[in-house]
Design a protein around this ligand. Structure first.
Ligand code: GLC
Length: 464
């Protein structure tokens, strides 16, 4: 009885904390921008809060001995539905265990805020956490070593670099779930219509093609049409996009693996200034408030010639109800002065909280979710890239997402953000970087001025 009471109290406390996080979490831009995910973010979080309160009541009604596991997962595109489907399959195979799926805010900073509230309270409310590829170094202390729960037998099936990324002080703190890399989406029908025989090889080509197609489509009556949509809000997604521009222009990767702060260089500044020139010309002014879903919505409505996004947008764009189904393809992102394009490495892992009351069962669930069959399901249904190497040879997977094969090199050569080199301060490093880039995109200053200051700020953050 006492146990149930304190559980309920904890849930109420958590609900309050989530509301506070929704009001105060994340960067300023993220929170105040109306037309973007930030609105969803607050809404999502308050829905979660209600869900959790209701779920808690349900928990109390359960028969003694019933185990309830809670997964904190993503809700971008089809993520939540797919996580629910795997949870259902797990429950069917494991009577006596109930799995509840809690969706979390889209923006990485907001999601991290929700997680940190739970971890700081050492709360048992969350058992399995979907964590970003950039978080192992910052969050390792809150997770169990999955190698002690059976992961050692399967870790070798996954990409070595991701397993390495998720191994902190010899402990495997998360099992890889899906990997991500930035891609260029292009409208193949429009390229043909305007006489282009393939996607742009360079950023200059992209500018030229985007301008021509935008002018042509507007002249034909679609005033809402834009050349290029991408992620320009001041959040982690902008760190990803800007790193791609900079790496493709021989401008390094912000902070190098040996800890050298490299951002203050002319190649980095030149390409970020070039990107600032897209705002209001080939990209809408509002792109500086866009997250992944804002770009996808404009693209999927048929109102953009090009889009930078992650692989998840592929299956959604080809869904039956999509007006662009069959009319687009994906390619590597364009090159700058380096002569080749760069893709930022993204992706998500499953970690088990140290504060879970059922680490054994939670680890079983995480390993089930990350298994061959479940990654196959997500690859086919959601075009989410598997982390299990063998799935890239699976004919069913390649049929559903042919680019997993044709762009394989993009996925294995993706550029990592400096999360290992700057752990446990990566989130602060990234925030300083995206705010600096954002100030260039919105015309407050030029990139070389911004990066002179950023270099000093990063030195302070890293030395702290
Ligand atoms: C995607 C990536 C993730 C990245 C995020 C930025 O979800 O997988 O690694 O941090 O986008 O918005």
């Amino acid at each position: 009885m006492l146990n149930q009471k304190s559980f309920k109290l904890l849930a109420i406390l958590l609900a309050l904390m989530l509301v506070l996080a929704a009001c105060g979490g994340g960067g300023d831009e993220t929170d105040t921008t109306e037309e973007t995910d930030s609105g969803d973010t607050a809404a999502d979080t308050s829905t979660d809060t209600e869900d959790m309160a209701t779920e808690d009541m349900a928990t109390e009604d359960m028969a003694d001995g019933e185990i309830v596991l809670r997964i904190f997962g993503g809700n971008v595109g089809q993520e939540k539905e797919m996580t629910q489907a795997v949870a259902d399959r797990f429950m069917e195979a494991n009577p006596g265990i109930t799995v509840e799926v809690v969706d979390t805010p889209d923006f990485v900073e907001d999601r991290l805020g929700v997680y940190l509230q739970l971890f700081e309270a050492q709360s048992p409310e969350g058992d399995v956490f979907q964590i970003d590829v950039i978080w192992p170094g910052d969050l390792a202390e809150h997770f169990v070593d999955l190698n002690e729960y059976g992961a050692a037998d399967v870790a070798g099936d996954h990409f070595d670099a991701i397993v390495q990324n998720n191994t902190v002080d010899g402990k495997l703190i998360a099992i890889p779930w899906f990997t991500d890399a930035g891609l260029l989406y292009y409208r193949s029908d429009l390229l043909e219509k305007y006489g282009y025989d393939g996607p742009p090889a360079t950023w200059d080509d992209l500018e030229e093609m985007a301008t021509t197609i935008q002018d042509g489509e507007r002249a034909e009556g679609n005033q809402d049409f834009w050349g290029y949509v991408w992620q320009g809000n001041a959040y982690e997604g902008l760190t990803c996009d800007a790193l791609e521009w900079i790496a493709s222009n021989d401008g390094g990767s912000i902070v190098e693996p040996d800890g050298t702060i490299s951002i203050n260089n002319p190649e980095a500044a030149a390409i970020v200034d070039q990107a600032a020139g897209w705002v209001g010309t080939i990209s809408p002014e509002g792109v500086t408030a866009f997250g992944e879903e804002d770009a996808r919505n404009m693209w999927q409505a048929g109102n953009a010639a090009f889009m930078r996004n992650w692989p998840y947008a592929y299956s959604l764009g080809n869904a039956e109800d999509s007006v662009i189904a069959g009319l687009f393809d994906v390619s590597p992102l364009p090159a700058g002065d380096s002569g080749s394009g760069a893709a930022t490495l993204g992706g998500w892992q499953l970690a088990v909280s140290k504060y879970s009351e059922h680490p054994e069962e939670a680890a079983k669930l995480a390993l089930f979710m990350a298994s061959y069959d479940e990654q196959k399901y997500r690859a086919i249904e959601g075009s989410l890239n598997p982390t299990i190497k063998a799935l890239y040879d699976d004919p069913d997977v390649l049929e559903a997402a042919p680019f997993f094969g044709s762009l394989y090199d993009v996925f294995v050569n993706a550029v990592a953000r400096p999360s290992t080199a700057t752990a446990p301060r990566y989130s602060d490093v990234s925030a300083a970087f995206f705010n600096s880039v954002h100030s260039v995109l919105t015309g407050e200053q030029d990139a070389s001025t911004a990066f002179e200051v950023l270099e000093l700020d990063l030195a302070d953050i890293i030395e702290q």
